[in-house]
Design a protein around this ligand. Structure first.
Ligand SMILES: [Zn+2]
Length: 210
């Protein structure tokens, strides 16, 4: 796992270099004496603030950033890089009282069971290739395993138009939708699964800056 904190603080060049390994699982280094390819198969996890001061959208403190500064900050992340990140999730600040309250959400043990079951469904789908997962499906496999009914198709089409999503983001949503369906034990990817997957494109939508 590669964790990059404060993602927009990395140089644009460093971030763009991630595109090849994210897509292909290996990286090619070119030097004067020749080029070498290394394995680079990893899960990318990154964190960023909503704006340079960090308080945009926070109900407890005002953001002091001019809109242009917010745009410039987020523009450091290119569309093609964001297209390669499956899940964009906004995490609002949690009040102290809630942090200390007894948690009654999903436990890690329950989540582990759900993930193990979803992985088992994927093994069944793709056969013995242990590396193959929904996230690696080619266009052909997506067409085969993520057939949508009219309602789900309509919802995805509307989201593409409203949010101006790329073809790559379209495929991402289908792959993520397939996984959400697997986690719920469903053979079909339905409109609810597609809606949830669209919800994970927060950075495409930049909802908090609108
Ligand atoms: Zn701010």
């Amino acid at each position: 796992m590669l964790f990059l904190d404060e993602l927009p603080e990395f140089s644009r060049r460093s971030l763009e270099v991630l595109r090849q390994p994210l897509e292909e699982g290996h990286v090619t280094i070119v030097r004067a004496i020749g080029s070498t390819t290394f394995p680079a198969d990893f899960i990318l996890v990154a964190a960023l603030n909503p704006c340079p001061c960090g308080y945009l959208g926070d109900s407890r403190r005002p953001c002091k950033c001019p809109p242009i500064a917010v745009s410039k900050y987020l523009d450091r992340l290119s569309g093609p890089l964001l297209d390669r990140i499956d899940l964009h999730v906004e995490v609002p600040a949690v009040p102290f009282a809630e942090l200390t309250a007894t948690a009654d959400g999903t436990t890690t043990a329950t989540m582990r069971e759900q993930v193990t079951a979803a992985r088992a469904r994927q093994r069944e789908r793709f056969g013995d290739d242990g590396r193959m997962t929904n996230g690696r499906m080619s266009g052909r496999l997506i067409r085969k395993h993520c057939r949508l009914d009219a309602e789900a198709e309509g919802m995805l089409k509307a989201a593409m138009d409203d949010l101006g999503l790329s073809a790559r983001a379209y495929d991402r949503i289908l792959r993520v939708g397939r996984t959400i369906a697997d986690l719920g034990g469903s053979d079909r990817v339905d409109a609810g699964h597609v809606a949830e997957a669209i919800g994970y494109r927060a950075l495409d939508r930049r909802l908090w800056t609108r």
